[in-house]
Design a binder for this molecule. Structure first.
Ligand SMILES: *Cc1c(COP(=O)(O)O)cnc(C)c1O
Length: 384
């Protein structure tokens, strides 16, 4: 069986976890700040806040930017549901920006068109969440320019994109965003089993997220409303959650981070092989744009002619031949929960058309050249 994605765990990862188990601290020890520091060093951002998932990171990122009832948050319909659920958790209203079909990322022309209308109607979004699909950065420079013109904040959902670059700089440096979020779920580029991280260059946002991940509780004197009662004293100053990452998870994440560039390089080699071998009259890989270096979390191809029946047949037949093809993603607005909020088929046509033709083929560092050849041959056999 060839899965669509798979973690790579070696003896150093195992040893790192065992060291924590043998130490005094299973949680709230030294490993979380070490992992955060390593992500700061790797991305070039000023702050990193580790949490127990990217979903939690997206939630506290929205809260730190004061997203609340009455606010609008816009994201991409081609993403995992967590990209938009985070806004709903805060009581905000969600809307979507249709995608560019070639890259699968948020279309900046469509974004601008929608902003012009929203400005006229005085319904501008408070936050926009671009999603770096499959690990390729969105056009952040353009989105940032629009944010200055229309006054919204930006959270990058970079769940797929640790190890990716934009304009030759690491995704996560927050040059064009307020906050950037990574996921360390096992199917992603590096893993901490479960885990996520938010990076930001704004010390105030960083502090807000630190409080929100741990009950809104502070032990810092200057943040308290009255002098400390003594060494045991703490105060709850906001309504936070228990979204902390444990030291066991952080140790695994930290160990994995040392290998992120090797993982991404291997993914690139295999992706390039797919591109070379695949018959481009049958399927087209997602287009890679200038200024981006994808982390290649996923290798997505689109049927030359999108077609529900053929799409379903391809994924089903791949699976019957032990290749776990997948589809990333079902447009969020078509989920029953979102349709109940008022969205309907036809709302975002590019996303829906993309859904009828997009297939994720297996890609992970330990996939072999022979396996890529087998997948390509099987795809060709099914489609021709
Ligand atoms: C995986 C994923 C998430 C959620 O990540 P978790 O760490 O599992 O919470 C959010 N957004 C996107 C785009 C993802 O792929």
């Amino acid at each position: 069986m060839i899965p669509y994605g798979k973690q790579s765990i070696d003896q150093t990862d195992i040893d790192a976890v065992i060291d924590v188990l043998n130490s005094d601290w299973l949680t709230q020890g030294p490993k979380v700040p070490q992992f955060e520091k390593a992500v700061v060093d790797y991305t070039g951002s000023k702050n990193a806040i580790a949490v127990n998932s990217a979903t939690s990171a997206l939630h506290i990122a929205c809260l730190a930017l004061n997203v609340a009832a009455g606010d609008l948050v816009w994201t991409s319909p081609i993403s995992f549901v967590a990209s938009s659920n985070c806004a709903l958790y805060c009581g905000a209203t969600v809307d979507f920006i249709d995608i560019n079909q070639a890259t699968g990322n948020m279309c900046t022309i469509e974004l601008e068109r929608k902003l012009i209308i929203a400005k006229k109607n005085e319904q501008l979004p408070k936050v926009i969440i671009p999603v770096h699909l499959a690990g390729q950065s969105c056009d952040m420079k353009r989105i940032y320019a629009l944010s200055l013109e229309y006054g919204f904040s930006i959270i990058e959902d970079a769940s797929h994109a640790i190890g990716a670059k934009y304009q030759n700089k690491p995704v996560g440096n927050c040059q064009y965003s307020d906050i950037c979020v990574f996921s360390f779920h096992p199917v992603k580029i590096i893993t901490s089993a479960e885990g996520g991280m938010a990076t930001t260059n704004d010390p105030e946002l960083a502090r807000k997220m630190q409080l929100l991940r741990s009950h809104g509780v502070t032990s810092v004197d200057t943040e308290m409303t009255e002098p400390s009662h003594g060494p045991w004293y703490y105060q709850q100053i906001s309504l936070g959650f228990n979204y902390r990452m444990s030291d066991i998870h952080a140790a695994l994440g930290l160990s994995q981070l040392q290998k992120v560039d090797t993982f991404v390089a291997k993914r690139h080699k295999l992706a390039n092989l797919y591109v070379e071998l695949l018959d481009d009259t049958l399927v087209t890989p997602l287009v890679q744009t200038n200024n981006t270096y994808s982390a290649y979390h996923l290798f997505i191809v689109q049927l030359k002619v999108p077609c529900k029946t053929k799409h379903r047949e391809l994924v089903t037949q791949l699976r019957s031949q032990n290749i776990i093809g997948h589809v990333h993603y079902i447009p969020i607005h078509l989920q029953p929960y979102y349709q109940a909020l008022g969205f309907e088929p036809g709302d975002y046509l590019n996303a829906e058309c993309y859904y009828d033709g997009a297939v994720t083929l297996p890609l992970y560092p330990e996939l072999t050249i022979e396996q890529v050849q087998y997948v390509v041959k099987t795809v060709h056999d099914i489609l021709s």
